[in-house]
Design a protein around this ligand. Structure first.
Ligand SMILES: *[C@@H]1O[C@H](CO)[C@@H](O)[C@H](O)[C@H]1NC(C)=O
Ligand SMILES: *[C@@H]1O[C@H](CO)[C@@H](O)[C@H](O)[C@H]1NC(C)=O
Length: 607
């Protein structure tokens, strides 16, 4: 690099050269005198400039460069090369994963395959510039090595793959390219118009060793996935599913195409962060790049705005462009500053004021859950170097113990209650979503957090298992209520389900926690529980063209199939089942990878 002093000198040189060129009639003598007055550095610059000009002239003259000569040897004439050039460029882009970069390098160096060499033709300069502009965010030496998976190792993993393929084939046949399949009516469902099922499935298929299916999905992403759509999407959902899915696919496969898509998506979502408080709006239009609060009110969900940081940080680090991470981390830092209720947070926050809606529900279920999850996971993702994340997580768990951990009256099942309103009235109710907490607690203990957390994890998981097996279908409802006061009734039940809450959406949280607990303890009970629930999914949710959500877990004769397969069935439930039956517990190393909230593994960094 030039120091600032050197660059001043360099300017002076170019001036004097210009002066010299202007005074054509100057005697050779005065030119020589001027030359002698230049410093050694100035003369070097002059020599350098002359050599550069000479090289450029030779390089740009047609028929003179080595490359073109070589092509001519191959019996091509220039015209033909020019005609074929765009197609060749296209083909090169298609066959080679890193082709754009490699082509670019090849162009710069004037080397490479014959196909690439014709790019030297100056007529195509603008196109090349465009490629460069698209690639400009790329760190020059970034490489992601593909991770290898050997496919299923036992009969149970094979059974999970069979279930995956059954679902996938239905999707392919009847809903390809749409967000979801409706497996009974053989139709499709659109939510964001981003092929959610394909993207959520990518890393699952990669881990399962379904290479053909993975390639098909990959090609769809490359050729058909477009973010340029005038349509509102939910920032959080698209971040955890699409951005997370693309980044995980990139890190596992090493295929840079996924990263390019992720950058495009990240750019289009950034406007959501342009609020007065920095707390993002919940909705963003990827086509017009504008953002606004949800239709139902001015607030964003707390868990949504605090569960996008793993993905935006990973994007930043993968492309070595800090602004994604900065925008998302600012949200966490902001929430860190806010006053909480013994570490617990209300589930709504106003994007304009940046303040919690004070009297909103406190819950570790819907709209609260992953606030706590991402505190821990961000801390792990950044090599356990950002203390406030761990501190807030620990405060949250302390608050949970103090206010939310309750037990049922008869069998003393542990569950996580909710707090309502300003009075913080305790409601003995738990979403199935809350079952994620066991896995998160176990993960924290693995990274050195208090061992007592494992006791809550174990007990909560047992309760979650009960919410499944007490039902005739052996499937858990969306929400369970608990009896905490002993009555005179001898047959008093610990749990009950309201009709409106009796649906099962093929959700992953219980299976997810089974996986973590199996991974960290090796206790086969967790595998056995998972196998049993998998049978229940097969018995009551499997249909001819896939697996469907059901409306009622309470009656095996009236399950009320909902004709819908959520993408998390592909991205999480089946992935965690497959990992649960990994007897080696080494398929995914949890010291190297951190799963985002949609089951997409991202690398752990040193800091
Ligand atoms: C395995 O887990 C189950 C369920 O939590 C528990 O009852 C059992 O004692 C555990 N077994 C061992 C050997 O720790
Ligand atoms: C599933 O169905 C099989 C065969 O009818 C039955 O034996 C098994 O108990 C069922 N399992 C669950 C969990 O529903």
């Amino acid at each position: 690099m030039f120091s600032s002093k050197d660059s001043i000198k360099a300017d002076y040189v170019s001036l004097s050269i210009n002066d010299g060129a202007a005074s054509v009639k100057a005697t050779s003598r005065s030119v020589w005198r001027q030359w002698n007055q230049l410093s050694r550095f100035q003369r070097t610059i002059f020599h350098f400039a002359v050599i550069t000009i000479v090289i450029l002239v030779i390089y740009l003259l047609p028929g003179k460069t080595q490359n073109i000569t070589k092509v001519q040897e191959n019996d091509y004439d220039n015209e033909k090369i020019i005609k074929e050039h765009p197609k060749l460029l296209e083909v090169a882009n298609e066959i080679k994963i890193d082709s754009v970069d490699q082509n670019k390098e090849a162009i710069d160096k004037g080397i490479g395959s014959n196909n690439v060499e014709v790019i030297d033709e100056p007529e195509f300069q603008p196109e090349i510039n465009q490629v460069e502009d698209d690639q400009i965010r790329e760190p020059p030496d970034h490489k992601s090595q593909p991770v290898k998976f050997d496919g299923p190792q036992n009969a149970k993993q094979k059974a999970i793959i069979e279930a995956f393929k059954h679902s996938w084939n239905g999707y392919k046949k009847y809903a390809w390219g749409y967000d979801n399949i409706k497996p009974i009516s053989k139709g499709h469902h659109e939510w964001f118009g981003l092929g959610l099922t394909i993207i959520d499935s990518l890393d699952t298929m990669y881990i399962m060793g379904l290479n053909e299916e993975f390639q098909e999905a990959r090609n769809w992403v490359q050729n058909s996935l477009s973010f340029d759509q005038n349509r509102d999407v939910n920032l959080f959902e698209v971040t955890i599913r699409v951005l997370g899915g693309l980044l995980a696919a990139y890190h596992l496969s090493g295929d840079k195409m996924f990263l390019d898509k992720a950058i495009d998506l990240g750019d289009r979502m950034l406007p959501a962060f342009s609020t007065r408080s920095g707390v993002p709006f919940s909705d963003v239009n990827l086509g017009t790049r504008s953002a606004h609060p949800p239709k139902w009110g001015p607030d964003s969900s707390t868990s949504e705005i605090t569960s996008i940081q793993l993905e935006f940080r990973d994007l930043s680090r993968s492309v070595q462009q800090p602004h994604f991470e900065v925008a998302a981390a600012k949200v966490s830092e902001h929430v860190h500053q806010l006053e909480k209720y013994d570490g617990l947070v209300p589930i709504f926050i106003n994007a304009n004021t940046g303040l919690f809606r004070e009297y909103a529900v406190i819950t570790l279920g819907a709209r609260g859950d992953s606030y706590y999850e991402y505190l821990l996971k961000q801390w792990i993702q950044t090599g356990r170097t950002i203390d406030y994340l761990k501190d807030d997580y620990l405060l949250g768990i302390e608050g949970t113990k103090k206010h939310l951990v309750k037990r049922t009256a008869v069998r003393k099942y542990l569950f996580i209650a909710e707090l309502l309103g300003a009075a913080r009235y305790m409601k003995p109710k738990m979403d199935h979503l809350t079952c994620y907490l066991s896995g998160t607690l176990a993960l924290g203990v693995h990274f050195g957090l208090p061992k007592e957390h494992m006791d809550i994890a174990t007990e909560l998981l047992k309760t979650c298992y009960e919410t499944y097996i007490i039902q005739p279908t052996c499937l858990a409802p969306e929400i369970t209520y608990f009896n905490i006061q002993k009555s005179d009734d001898e047959n008093q039940k610990d749990m009950y389900v309201k009709t409106n809450d009796a649906h099962n959406l093929l959700r992953p949280e219980f299976i997810e926690s089974l996986f973590y607990m199996w991974y960290f303890t090796g206790n086969k009970t967790y595998q056995n529980w998972g196998w049993k629930i998998f049978q229940a999914f097969k018995n009551y949710t499997r249909v001819e063209n896939g697996y469907t959500s059901i409306g009622n877990v309470k009656n095996i004769h009236n399950t009320r199939p909902r004709d819908m397969t959520e993408s998390f069935w592909f991205g999480e439930t089946l992935k965690y089942l497959y990992l649960l039956f990994d007897d080696t517990r080494q398929l995914i190393d949890l010291d190297k990878w951190i799963f985002n909230s949609e089951g997409h593994p991202l690398p752990i960094y040193d800091a």
